[in-house]
Design a protein around this ligand. Structure first.
Ligand SMILES: CC(C)(COP(=O)(O)OP(=O)(O)OC[C@H]1O[C@@H](n2cnc3c(N)ncnc32)[C@H](O)[C@@H]1OP(=O)(O)O)[C@@H](O)C(=O)NCCC(=O)NCCS
Length: 178
């Protein structure tokens, strides 16, 4: 069974978002440092976030296939049990629904940034994601991308073992091979 709690690391717990974290999740997604880079997405409302949480809960009760579905997890502080962010592995499809790559995503709340939490979560997700891809018989490659000016995110990728591949129009592309 594939569960978010399959990820482990020293200071953080990884669990599907809990229903009681709905308001915290919406607040985190509406913070300026998050909106700065996700301006093209509508910020979640309480209603849409509740649906996302339901979906995450549903996925956590069954096996998910990393090449067909996104893996999303809440990032919780072990010490306090508080939700501080999210980490994800998302599939990107090219033409004709062919999988192009599986890409890491993460966000950490402003009150907790610059303490190494995103890097810790990214390292855990990379380790787990590469292992799952190998188990599925797929090439053990994960991709990361960040807007050129998103230096914090690019730094997280570098510290998590990704290497720079190329610069596209808006984003720098990275990958890690297991
Ligand atoms: C990107 C993000 C997840 C980083 O989270 P975090 O927990 O602060 O990350 P870490 O503490 O593990 O590492 C951050 C690194 O970036 C560096 N950094 C932070 N802001 C920076 C800036 N403006 N310019 C250059 N480096 C910066 C930090 O110094 C640190 O590097 P260091 O360890 O070498 O000193 C967080 O800023 C965030 O959630 N941003 C909004 C969402 C987002 O951009 N997600 C990624 C989309 S591609």
């Amino acid at each position: 069974m594939l569960r978010a709690s399959t990820l482990t690391s020293e200071r953080l717990d990884y669990q599907p978002l809990r229903r009681e974290d709905l308001e915290t999740y919406v607040r985190l997604r509406n913070e300026a440092s998050y909106r700065q880079w996700f301006y093209f997405q509508d910020p979640p409302t309480l209603e849409s976030a509740a649906r996302e949480i339901e979906e995450m809960q549903e996925k956590s009760r069954r096996e998910i296939h990393l090449l067909r579905e996104a893996f999303d997890s809440g990032v919780y502080l072990k010490e306090t049990g508080e939700l501080i962010g999210t980490v994800s592995l998302n599939k990107f499809h090219g033409p004709e629904e062919e999988l192009e790559h599986v890409e890491i995503g993460y966000g950490i709340g402003e009150a907790y940034q610059c303490r190494g939490y995103a890097t810790e979560a990214a390292i855990a997700a990379v380790r787990w994601g590469l292992m799952r891809l190998r188990e599925l018989g797929a090439e053990p490659i994960l991709t990361g991308s960040a807007e050129h000016e998103n230096r914090a995110s690019r730094r997280v990728l570098e510290k998590s073992g990704f290497t720079f591949v190329c610069a596209k129009q808006y984003v720098s592309m990275y990958q890690v091979i297991g």
